[in-house]
Write a protein that binds this ligand. Sequence first.
Ligand code: PLP
Length: 620
Amino acid sequence: MISTAVILAAGLGSRIREHSGNHPKGFLLLDRLPIIEHSILTLLELGITKIYLGTGYKQEDYQALAEKYPQLHCVHNPNYEDSGSMYTLYQLKDVVKDDFLLLESDLIYEKKALTALIEHEHDNVILASRLTQSGDEVFIEVDESHHLLNMSKNSAHLHDIFGELVGITKLSYQGFQALTRIVEPRFKTNLQIDYEQGLIQLAKIEEVIVTKENDLVWCEVDDPHHWQRAKTVVFPLIKAREGTAQKIPVERKVLLNPGPATTTDTVKYAQIVPDICPREQDFGTVMEFISSELTKLVGNTEEFTTVLFAGSGTAAVEAILSSVIDDDEVLLIVNNGAYGKRMCQIAEIYQLNYLEFKSPPDQPINLEQLEAYIVAQKVKVSHLAIIHCETTTGLLNQLHEVGTLCKQHEITMIVDAMSSFAAVPIDMKAMNISYLAASSNKNLQGMAGVSFVIADKFALEKTKLNTPRNLYLNLYEQFRSFQETKQMRFTPPVQILYALKQAIIETNWEGIENRYARYSRSWETLISGITGLGLSHLVPVKNHSKIITSIIEPEHPQYNFNEMHDYFYKKGFTIYPGKLDQQNTFRVANIGNIDYRDIGRFIDLLAIYLHGLKGGDSNS
Ligand SMILES: *Cc1c(COP(=O)(O)O)cnc(C)c1O
């Protein structure tokens, strides 16, 4: 059992000085406690009884900390200004008499980072994670049995990247002694050696294993950007995960319907909060966080803003269409599926001047025809509304090209991005989008009940004088009132918003591009799986959103969607009926907190189901 830890804490932390008040980095505060103290408390909780701090810059700060914790012992590196972390570690060579955990002082990490090493069967183990894209990462190369081969900040120096160095390592007493013998002669000419370099050398003579924790939340803090991320993403997520770990896990269901999607338990439990009146400033802060973070997913907060409503996604679409098009303006709706048709219904009910451009549900929009249609109108088209991912089929409409067209013809562009937002990357400014509608329960992986409009503030401001057609859904009023009061005009769905805040933190941790990569991998598993079973899908791969797939139903006499649905439902998977008139399809969405392994299980079950249909498989 490991009972000793060493924290390397000699660094100057010069890139983060302004935030640490000239204290070492370890004294940056989270929840009023220095980050190193969070680390110390975690170590003590896991049975560490002796912690050595390798100090340098402002050693007195650490000495003061050692007064508070009798388990702490400071060992000073007198040359800290001119030496690397290996030299700080070397100062401990006659002090440390046991196997130990070696940590950097500026780490914020989940408890399981330590348990992964403590419980690991090998003696010398380096902890790695998936790539965090933090901008200052050390990459690791290993051999096929996960022995350390090399580490570098420059990925081009490695043949193959296995993972990213976290900065927590387990070293045996023998390993440490061997390490000191390796570096000792080098110090005669050079003190600027990082401990990573020492470990690379050690791995040439001793077994040094790298273990990778793919789902580990952590960061280090080297610069103000890291610190911002630590405060708004990493630390809140660690707190939520460790809090949820104490709770009863919720039975997991794999939702393959196009939202609400499968959520994490941290999102589910984020709803369990003390009762609060939503007019309190504390709640205003939550909504402000949500509004600005949602904006940042698709644009900058100077030019764009997010207006929140209680409601399903359709509320946001209806809010835009019923608010921003004035009586003398003309809306063109691109309709290539059920959601385009829904926009026409809204326009009809509000008696807007609208035109409908119909396009086939399984083919990309013919942009020349669209342009010709716009030009041929006797009236000037002022607004164009389009679906991004048409959830009916999974077709991904060409936002960029349509945006360019709108720009050329001075048309304000409105996008229903309900089923693409937070997965398929969107840049509102580059795509010329003025209004975008989305909701909390699809790729954001939150609970159903919040819909929102992200708007170009300049365009929105101009709608101020429009004749109102609505009360609750009035976009400008909802915007103005939130700006002034940090409140929604009418009662917000309080608990759903807490869950959304958590879902946004998790989205920011994963990153939109990684999320879309995860979804895409699930989608590829789905497509190769159904193809292997003799089924086909509707939309060509190059126009596919990789979010939701319309699968053509088997032409088997025994096949019945409802029976298939019930079969899957009993096994914890929910599939969705088709929505096309001309073709019999069912739908599978691969969004939410699921991955390719869940889709693999779905395919296995689908194979069993199809083989079980009496009278053989008519598709093969
Ligand atoms: C899900 C979805 C909506 C909104 O549906 P609600 O049931 O109102 O949440 C709107 N447009 C598209 C494209 C969608 O996928």
